[in-house]
Design a protein around this ligand. Structure first.
Ligand SMILES: Cc1cc2nc3c(=O)[nH]c(=O)nc-3n(C[C@H](O)[C@H](O)[C@H](O)COP(=O)(O)OP(=O)(O)OC[C@H]3O[C@@H](n4cnc5c(N)ncnc54)[C@H](O)[C@@H]3O)c2cc1C
Length: 383
């Protein structure tokens, strides 16, 4: 069986690796000319670490990543709003949590793909998918047309499967960056998450000297991306905030800052049509506040491979099994991401005061237990 994967990001490459290791013939088509370095970092929560272990990549990730032990919440003045014990989350889910730069995760996935002789066709931008006499074809901008037994859309779009193809702008803009220093600033690898009124700044250490960060603010409309303004915009918003925020902004080179107007996708009921299947963000893009986008793309890779291995003579059945296994969990994560975003990116100061008070009195042990239960769902791990 020949499988073409459109999009060589986290979902596309991890799926290619999982399928190839299970004996399937896969090809990947990616619009960029080489592995992309854009993006800051991600936390591979224990559910993602489980998948990385199944792919044989968890040791490689551990070499380049940092073991996250806590997530501490603060208000903008630095007052504590509570803390999530990530060691406990890891214990409950039986796998570690790792913070890693996106470029390092992509490097690991790319290297493994190369070792497995997976063909990654760079500079192949998908233009359209079309059905001709019962067969589905992919047309690329360069003019090339391919067909395959299975086409997996892992390019963040819902082409062919649904007309509901547009991501939804969710009213906030993020600046993301990678900060490195010579001094050991991060003595313990705890995420620092600062909440303001309609504003948020998070710092995620990857090592004692390196962290990725994201600053976000509500924005009614999307706007032009103007890199020359990043520093002044960030300073105006966050330089008076507590902790290391000002230093992190000042000392991050402009070349390592990017701006993203934040979108997600509405959950949909069906992720496949004919021999085309959506996977990763294309099927279920959540907001960054979910903290689970990449983790869910990795979970897709593992589940998809199991479903196809069990039903290699019946693609339709494999697709149905995959979507029924995945839809409830990923929809819950998408809606959870929106719920948290509505509380964090809220411009009403009295709401934010109440939110902070509620956070201070939250039983975070219960929150961690709930996260462990939800994120383990569908996987042979943890609680
Ligand atoms: C600001 C921000 C912060 C985030 N933080 C986290 C986090 O902390 N934890 C987490 O788990 N997730 C996080 N995410 C989400 C995570 O990055 C995505 O959910 C994850 O990368 C999904 O994997 P994917 O393969 O579907 O998409 P991607 O990794 O984005 O890959 C899609 C690939 O398709 C390619 N492509 C696109 N269009 C075409 C085309 N027409 N033709 C060919 N190729 C194409 C792209 O170049 C890309 O390589 C964050 C996202 C954002 C925006």
């Amino acid at each position: 069986m020949n499988i073409s994967i459109l999009g060589g990001g986290i979902g596309g490459l991890s799926t290619a690796i999982a399928l190839k290791q299970a004996g399937f013939d896969v090809e990947v088509y990616e619009r960029h000319s080489q592995p992309i370095e854009i993006g800051a970092g991600i936390v591979c929560w224990p559910n993602a670490s489980f998948v990385l272990a199944q792919l044989g990549l968890l040791d490689k990730v551990a070499e380049l990543a940092g073991p996250v032990i806590a997530m501490n919440r603060f208000c903008s003045s630095g007052e504590s709003l509570g803390s999530l014990n990530i060691d406990e989350l890891n214990r409950l889910m039986k796998y570690p949590s790792y913070s890693i730069l996106r470029k390092d995760l992509m490097k690991i996935l790319t290297q493994r793909s190369v070792e497995l002789n997976i063909n990654i066709h760079y500079q192949h931008t998908v233009r359209s998918l079309f059905n001709n006499s019962g067969s589905v074809y992919v047309q690329f901008s360069c003019g090339k047309v391919i067909e395959a037994d299975i086409i997996i859309s892992a390019d963040g779009r819902r082409l062919y499967v649904t007309e509901n193809n547009s991501p939804i702008y969710q009213g906030s803009v993020n600046w993301i960056g990678v900060f490195e220093t010579d001094t050991a600033l991060f003595t313990e690898l705890s995420v620092a998450d600062y909440w303001g009124v309609g504003e948020r700044f998070g710092i995620v250490p990857v090592s004692k000297t390196k962290a990725y960060w994201a600053g976000g603010v509500t924005a009614e409309h999307t706007g032009e991306i103007k890199p020359e303004r990043y520093k002044s915009e960030l300073s105006a918003l966050f330089s008076h905030w507590s902790g290391l925020i000002e230093q992190v902004i000042n000392e991050t080179p402009l070349s390592r800052i990017h701006q993203v107007y934040v979108h997600d996708h509405d959950p949909i009921d069906c992720w496949h049509k004919d021999n085309v299947l959506l996977l990763g963000d294309a099927a279920h893009a959540p907001l960054p506040t979910s903290g689970q986008g990449a983790c869910q793309a990795l979970e897709d890779a593992w589940h998809m491979t199991q479903c196809l291995t069990d039903n290699s003579n019946d693609i339709e059945k494999a697709f149905r099994q995959f979507t029924s296994l995945r839809i409830a969990k990923t929809s819950g994560i998408t809606l959870g991401g929106r719920h948290l975003a509505a509380a964090i990116f809220n411009n009403d100061s009295s709401f934010c005061k109440q939110r902070n008070l509620a956070s201070k009195s939250t039983n975070y042990n219960e929150v961690v237990a709930g996260m462990a239960k939800g994120w383990s769902n569908g996987l042979p791990i943890g609680v």
